[in-house]
Design a protein around this ligand. Structure first.
Ligand code: DMJ
Length: 452
C-alpha cells in the first residue's frame, strides 16, 4: 500500500504537498502556504521504517536540494510543526543524516516569531518571511487554539536538544506557565485562549478537533522525558480525570463515547479525531496514579470498540468524520457534512496501541478489515483517495491523498502487524503525526536535563 501511495505521488505530484489521485496531479491546501513537499517530508520515516531505502534516498535528495523555508508564505504553525519539524526530526533520529537535523532547526527558528504575543501563546498562522502572525479569523474572539499551541512541546524539546539552544524549550514551557495560572472550568481546558489577554475564549471543550493533541502531548512529554517531567504527568492525569467526569458517557446500547462540552452542556457527538484517545489512554494506563483496578485500560478498550462500531455500521466499512449518540442513533453520522472519510489514522492508531498492550487478536482483525475497506473503496488508479459518504453504496472520491495517510495511517497499520520491539514504546514516543522521537534519557540529555 505504501509503495502504491508513494509511487503515484512521485509519478504525478513530485514536490507538491499532496497528490490528487483521481485527476492525477499535485494538490496543496492553505495549511502549508507556499511550502512544498509535505508528502515527502511526512513520509520520510515511514519509508525508512518499511525499509524502502531507494525511495528514502530519493526523498532525502529532494529535501537536500529543494526544501526551502525562505519564502513569503503564511503557514499554520501547528501543521508545519507536526508534519515538517516532526518529520525531519524523526528522519534524523532514524537515519543519522545531518541534513535533517539542520533543516529541522532552521525551520524551528523560522517558527519562533509566532511566539511574539503579550502572553507568549503563539499565533496560529505565521508569515515565514515577515515573521508576522495572526489567528484564524473564525476562532472565538481572536483566540489561539488549544490543540495547536499545545502541540509543539515534543518537537521543541528536541530542537533544544539538537541545537544546544534553550529558546525552543523555554517557549513551550512558558505555555504551561500561562495555562497553570488560569482557572479551569470543572478542571477542563477550553479550546480557545486569547494570546493578548491570556483569557479563555468560548467555553468549548473537546478531546477531538481543537483539543485532542494537547492532552496527548502532556502524557507524551512525561514519557519522552524518561518520566522526569512530573508536571506533564500531573497535568495529563488531572485533565483525564476531568474528562472522565464531565465528557465520557455510555449510550443505552452500551457504547462508551467522549462527548463535546459547550458551556456546561453536552453535545453527544464523537469525532473520528477523538478516536485517538483510546490509544492515548492505553499508553497512559500503566503510569496512572490510583488505578489499581486497571480501569483506564478498560476505558481505552471500550473507546476502541466504539470507534470500531462507527466503522462497522457504515456501508463502506470506513468511519465517518463524526458520529452521534442522540436522536435514536448510536455511533452513526446523521449530518451529511459529517459522513466523509479522509484516510484519517486515529482508529487504526488506537488498534495499534491496544494490540501492543493486550495482544488481543481482535485488534489485528479490525485493522485488517480497515485494510480491505481501504483497498476496495479508497484505492483508485492514481493512489488512495478519501470518500465523501461512508454510508453510500459505492464510493464518491474526494480526490485527495492526504500526507498523513503515508505518515500515520500506513505506518500504524505496519506497526500493528509488526513485532513489539519494532520502535518499542520504551524507547520511542510518536508525535501526533506518528513521527517517532526518542525518549531522552538522563545520560543523553547532558546539560539540557534541567529543561525537563
Ligand atoms: C494529523 O495531521 C494529526 O494526527 C493531527 O493530530 C490530527 N489530524 C491529522 C490526522 O487526522
Amino acid at each position: 500500500m505504501m509503495q502504491f501511495a508513494w509511487d503515484n505521488y512521485k509519478h504525478y505530484a513530485w514536490g507538491s504537498n499532496e497528490l490528487r489521485p483521481v485527476s492525477k496531479q499535485g494538490h496543496s491546501s492553505n495549511l502549508f502556504g507556499s511550502l512544498k513537499g509535505a508528502t515527502i517530508v511526512d513520509a520520510l520515516d515511514t519509508l525508512y521504517i518499511m525499509e524502502m531505502y531507494d525511495e528514502f534516498e530519493a526523498a532525502t535528495e529532494w529535501v537536500e536540494k529543494n526544501l526551502d523555508f525562505n519564502m513569503n508564505a503564511e503557514i499554520s504553525v501547528f501543521e508545519v510543526n507536526i508534519r515538517f519539524v516532526g518529520g525531519l526530526l524523526s528522519a534524523y533520529y532514524l537515519s543519522g543524516k545531518e541534513v535533517f537535523r539542520r533543516k529541522a532547526i532552521e525551520l524551528g527558528e523560522k517558527l519562533l516569531p509566532a511566539f511574539k504575543t503579550p502572553t507568549g501563546i503563539p499565533w496560529a498562522l505565521l508569515n515565514l518571511k515577515s515573521g508576522i502572525g495572526r489567528n484564524w479569523p473564525w476562532a472565538s474572539g481572536g483566540s489561539s487554539i488549544l490543540a495547536e499551541y499545545g502541540t509543539l512541546h515534543l518537537e521543541f524539546m528536541h530542537l533544544s536538544r539538537l541545537s544546544g539552544k534553550p529558546v525552543f524549550a523555554e517557549k513551550v514551557m512558558n505555555i504551561r506557565k500561562v495555562l497553570n495560572r488560569l482557572d479551569k472550568p470543572q478542571g477542563l481546558y477550553p479550546n480557545y485562549l486569547n494570546p493578548n489577554s491570556g483569557q479563555w475564549g468560548q467555553h468549548h471543550v473537546s478531546v477531538g478537533g481543537l483539543g485532542d493533541s494537547f492532552y496527548e502531548y502532556l502524557l507524551k512529554a512525561w514519557l519522552m522525558s524518561d518520566k522526569r517531567d512530573e508536571e506533564g504527568k500531573k497535568l495529563y492525569y488531572d485533565a483525564l480525570k476531568a474528562i472522565e467526569t464531565n465528557l465520557i458517557r455510555k449510550s443505552s446500547g452500551g457504547l462508551t463515547y467522549i462527548a463535546e462540552w459547550k458551556g456546561g452542556l453536552l453535545e453527544h457527538k464523537m469525532g473520528h479525531l477523538t478516536c485517538f484517545a483510546g490509544g492515548m489512554i492505553a499508553l497512559g494506563a500503566d503510569g496512572a496514579p490510583d488505578d489499581k483496578t486497571g480501569h483506564q485500560m478498560e476505558l481505552a478498550a471500550e473507546i476502541a470498540r466504539t470507534c470500531h462500531e462507527s466503522y462497522a455500521r457504515t456501508n463502506l466499512k470506513l468511519g465517518p468524520e463524526a458520529f452521534r449518540f442522540d436522536g435514536g442513533v448510536e455511533a452513526i453520522a446523521t449530518r451529511q457534512n459529517e459522513k466523509y472519510f479522509i484516510l484519517r489514522p486515529e482508529v487504526i492508531e488506537t488498534y495499534m496501541y491496544m494490540w501492543r498492550f493486550t495482544h488481543d487478536p481482535k485488534y489485528r482483525q479490525w485493522g485488517w478489515e480497515a485494510v480491505q475497506a481501504l483497498e476496495q473503496h479508497c484505492r483508485v488508479e492514481g493512489g488512495y483517495s478519501g470518500v465523501r459518504d461512508v454510508y453510500a453504496s459505492s464510493p464518491n472520491h474526494d480526490d485527495v491523498q492526504q500526507s498523513f495517510y503515508l505518515a500515520e495511517t500506513l505506518k500504524y497499520l505496519y506497526l500493528l502487524f509488526s513485532d513489539d520491539d519494532h520502535l518499542s514504546f520504551e524507547h520511542w514516543v510518536f508525535n501526533t503525526e506518528a513521527h517517532p522521537l526518542p525518549v531522552i534519557n538522563h545520560t543523553a540529555v547532558n546539560s539540557y536535563h534541567v529543561l525537563f
